[in-house]
Design a protein around this ligand. Structure first.
Ligand SMILES: NC(=O)c1ccc[n+]([C@@H]2O[C@H](COP(=O)([O-])OP(=O)(O)OC[C@H]3O[C@@H](n4cnc5c(N)ncnc54)[C@H](OP(=O)(O)O)[C@@H]3O)[C@@H](O)[C@H]2O)c1
Length: 326
């Protein structure tokens, strides 16, 4: 982050922020990213910063020292979020099973915090707003979420559009990217089972069809949407973006093993869903043609290439670090 963000971090009153922005910050479009410490938020901050935007971020547990610490379930804190040119709202509780256990706080975050409004609000949503029975889903198809996470994100979309009629809703499927630990994404978590090449079998879901999507691509789409929307007020409403490769978790894990030349015969496809977890859509493939027609999409790289780049810092075999990527 630029040193200008340090100025913003210290200030938590709209009048003062205005003063600081007018006198200290470089001119140019300003974006605030909520959830800037998360998987997608970090990628969004980097993408906008690399394209000349002045970036500020908020986080919660991991906020300090880089970002403003701001609990978005606190209505007063949300009211005091300064008004940027663009607000990319990434903060959320995105783990369906955790949501079912901590419903009140998570719903409050996923729904009510969406009323924080900049000149343009980009609200990040999910393919879990669909029930997965009749893919692919277009932007106008009727949502029917199966679990509390999907319901809370759908309600968040509606709140965002109610409070900010010009808002952009960007729905994306399961994400991977440059993680701080492999457990940070449902995709990179599979690396743990891939590396455990023991006699013991590792059963992995082979029922639910997924479209693993690179957070760096989502960040680029957010930036393109923001830049176009500033010139064209018709850029509003719901958009879909997704990776193109359809894979189960089992297939993702096998692809990771192959990419690193590791054995995969300890990985076993599980064709029945485990009991007790929150229900999930079987196939919520997103039709992304609206973004494509407007030339606002990006072409994802092959999953095996993109995931290798994200996983190499976690490889036990040092040869990967030295010979492949350096
Ligand atoms: N990850 C996926 O597979 C996926 C798939 C589809 C859609 N999405 C959507 O994409 C967006 C970004 O997801 P992500 O994977 O980047 O999430 P993440 O890595 O879990 O990050 C969540 C972010 O929210 C912040 N946060 C949590 N509780 C907060 C609170 N009470 N107040 C303020 N901030 C709070 C966290 O801050 P601290 O870490 O500092 O506490 C963190 O920055 C979310 O809207 C999610 O619904 C994600």
């Amino acid at each position: 982050m630029s040193s200008a963000c340090a100025e913003q971090r210290l200030v938590f009153s709209p009048g003062l922020v205005q003063l600081v922005q007018d006198e200290v910050l470089p001119q140019g479009p300003r974006v605030v990213v909520t959830g800037a410490t998360g998987l997608l938020g970090r990628a969004v901050c980097r993408e906008f910063q690399n394209h000349g935007w002045t970036v500020s971020g908020t986080g919660l547990r991991r906020a300090r020292p880089r970002f403003l610490r701001c609990d978005l379930t606190d209505e007063d804190a949300v009211r005091f979020l300064f008004q940027p040119d663009v607000l990319v709202h990434c903060a959320a509780e995105r783990r369906p099973d955790v949501m079912e256990r901590n419903a009140d706080a998570a719903v409050s975050l996923n729904v009510h915090a969406s009323t924080a409004c900049g000149a343009l609000l980009i609200y990040i949503s999910t393919d879990y707003v669909f029930d997965g029975r009749n893919p692919p889903y277009g932007e106008d198809d009727c949502p029917n979420p199966l679990n509390l996470y999907g319901r809370s994100k759908l309600e968040g979309e509606r709140e965002a559009l109610r409070h900010c009629p010009g808002a952009v809703i960007l729905r994306v499927p399961v994400l991977f990217g440059e993680v701080e630990s492999v457990t940070e994404s449902a995709v990179t978590s599979l690396w743990q089972q891939v590396q455990e090449a023991t006699e013991e079998r590792r059963a992995l879901d082979h029922c639910l069809q997924r479209f693993p999507t690179d957070a760096r691509n989502v960040a680029a789409v957010c930036r393109k949407l923001a830049e176009r929307a500033r010139q064209d007020p018709s850029i509003r409403g719901i958009f879909h973006f997704s990776g193109k490769e359809q894979m189960t978790k089992y297939e993702m894990a096998v692809a990771m093993a192959q990419a690193f030349n590791l054995p995969s015969n300890h990985l076993v496809p599980l064709t029945e869903l485990p009991a007790g977890s929150a229900p999930r859509p079987v196939n919520s493939q997103l039709n992304c043609s609206r973004l494509e027609q407007l030339n606002l999409s990006v072409e994802p790289r092959a999953f095996s290439v993109a995931i290798s780049e994200c996983l190499w810092p976690f490889t036990a075999d040092k040869r990967w670090r030295q010979t492949v990527f350096h």
